[in-house]
Design a protein. Structure first.
Length: 182
């Protein structure tokens, strides 16, 4: 048996709903994101750009990490406290010279292929971490990796992080020892 509602009942329900909505506190959140080189409100983007935005993977900041910017002369420009060290400096600082690496990259990264090719032609052993996967993204967040490509170089004997590089130029400065002048 179905219950018939009359017009007065429906209008009363509509009035109660409008009254409840009128008492809602707060305002709509405006989301800004970078598009084609500048920041703009996402609601003003065209359909294609909004769809692209919905497919982006976001890094989650938990607040536990503390990053200290270092002097620009000894840093690779990232917000972490590990300086870029040239190969000769690595030897002088008492590390064994044997190194390993972790290469963080994405399939859609335009800057990753040259770094990948460079690493393939070195004698240094390492691992590839695909940041497009859940486990890769979690590992990147754990290590404080915020961009691709990122290569973290470790001392093979101690497992201690030696340096970070984001390009072939930075990576060659780390992996290829500079000549030692007497």
């Amino acid at each position: 048996m179905t219950t018939q509602r009359n017009l007065a009942t429906i209008e009363a329900e509509i009035k109660r709903t409008k009254d409840a909505l009128a008492n809602v506190q707060g305002t709509e959140t405006e989301v800004y994101a970078r598009i084609v080189g500048y920041y703009r409100s996402v609601r003003n983007w065209n359909k294609g750009k909004r769809d692209e935005y919905n497919h982006r993977k976001q890094f989650v900041y938990t607040g536990d990490e503390v990053y200290t910017p270092t002097d620009a002369d000894t840093s690779c420009g990232c917000e972490h406290d590990v300086p870029v060290i040239k190969g000769a400096e690595v030897m002088q600082n008492g590390t064994s010279g044997a190194m390993t690496y972790e290469f963080y990259a994405r399939r859609t990264c335009p800057n990753c292929p040259p770094v990948k090719e460079y690493l393939a032609n070195t004698v240094v052993a390492g691992t590839f971490v695909d940041v497009d996967t859940e486990s890769g993204l979690a590992k990147a967040a754990e290590k404080g990796v915020f961009s691709a490509p990122t290569v973290i170089v470790y001392d093979a004997s101690t497992g201690q992080e030696i340096a970070r590089a984001h390009s072939v130029t930075e990576l060659s400065a780390v992996l290829e020892p500079a000549p030692v002048l007497c």
